[in-house]
Design a protein. Structure first.
Length: 109
């Protein structure tokens, strides 16, 4: 087992850096929706909250990139994803966070 770990460490150089900052708005939105879908599917509250956080980070990146590139249609899709995230958080009994995402969605529409 130690051999495999050493091989993987050498293969990936220890830690894999995330190229998330270089994603196009559409790619960041797609990633956010993947996280959101998985957050909906899991029964584990802690995993769901981590996935919700990752959704938020990806949506934030998509929003910034869409502003910079002036891509309006993606901004509308980002707003829809914020609404979906808010609904999920409301179901998970996180009303304050749900309201915050609803407000973000309203600003984008």
């Amino acid at each position: 087992m130690l051999r495999i770990e050493q091989k993987n460490t050498m293969l990936f150089g220890g830690v894999i850096s995330s190229p998330r900052d270089s994603l196009l708005p559409e790619q960041a939105l797609k990633l956010a929706n993947i996280y959101l879908d998985n957050a909906r599917k899991t029964d584990d509250l802690y995993i769901a909250m981590v996935l919700c956080h990752d959704t938020e980070v990806s949506l934030s990146l998509a929003r910034r990139a869409s502003k910079r590139l002036k891509v309006q249609d993606v901004r509308e899709e980002i707003a829809v994803a914020y609404v979906k995230l808010g609904r999920l958080l409301h179901k998970r009994e996180r009303p304050d966070e749900a309201d915050a995402f609803r407000k973000k969605a309203e600003k984008l529409m």
